[in-house]
Design a protein around this ligand. Sequence first.
Ligand code: HQG
Length: 214
Amino acid sequence: MQRMESNESRGIARPKHEASPKHEAHAAESRFLALVLRHKPEAAGITLDEHGWANVDELVAGISAQRPFSRQMLEEIVATDAKMRYSFNDDHTLIRANQGHSIPVDVQPEEKEPPEVLYHGTATRFLDSIMRDGLLPMSRLYVHLSPDVPTAVRVGRRHGKPVVLVVESGKMHKAGIRFYLSRNGVWLTKRVPPQYLSLIYSQQVDERRVGCRR
Ligand code: HQG
C-alpha cells in the first residue's frame, strides 16, 4: 500500500471553520478529471490500479492529448477542489479520487463507527422507490451519506427538488452494518434498508439558509 502524505496536502477534509478556496480551478478539466478517476479511466487512455491510483505522468499525458492540460493545472485542481475530491500519494507520482467511484476499485476508506444519525439528500421523485427498497448505491460502489442537513440538501438538489432522509446509522452499526469515512469526510455504506430511514425535509429549499453551491 502507498504511504500517504500529511493531512493538509493529501486531501483530508478541512475543518468547518476553515474556508475552502473561493474558486475551484479549471472547472471543465476538473469535471473531466472526476470522470476519469471515478468512472472512465479509458477516457484518458489510462488504467487505475486496484486501489484506484492513476500514474500522474500517464494521466497528464492522456488528458493533454485531448485538451490543454498540465501537471500545474492538475495540482491547482486538487488544491482548490471545494470537496477535496482527490489525493496525491507522498511524492505526487500517483493520484486518485477519494470516493464516488462507479468502477470496482478499493480506495480503502476507513471503517468507522458512525454518529447516531446521518443524512441523505435526494430528490422527491426517488422517494417512493427509496422507501420501498431502501437506499442503494445505484451506479456507485456505496451509498453516500452526509454528516449534516445543509450538505445533504446540496447533494439532493443535484437531482431535482431536494428532500433529506434521516438515516439511523447508530442502530444500523449496532446491527452489524459497516460504515466507512472517506478521506474527504463522506460517510459510506453499502445499503440502507428502509426501516432505518425517515423523511425530515420536504419543503422547497431556502437558498439563503443552505447556500447555493452545487
Ligand atoms: C438515489 C456528489 C431510487 C439516491 C455528492 C441518489 C455525493 C435511489 C441517486 C456524491 C434509490 C444516486 C453521491 C432507490 C438511492 N430508488 N433512487 N432505491 N437508492 N437512490 O449521484 O448520493 O460532487 O450516485 O438518493 O456530493 O446523490 O460527485 O449519489 O439521488 O457525495 O463529488 O439515486 O456525489 O459528490 O445518485 O451523490 P448519485 P448521491 P461529487
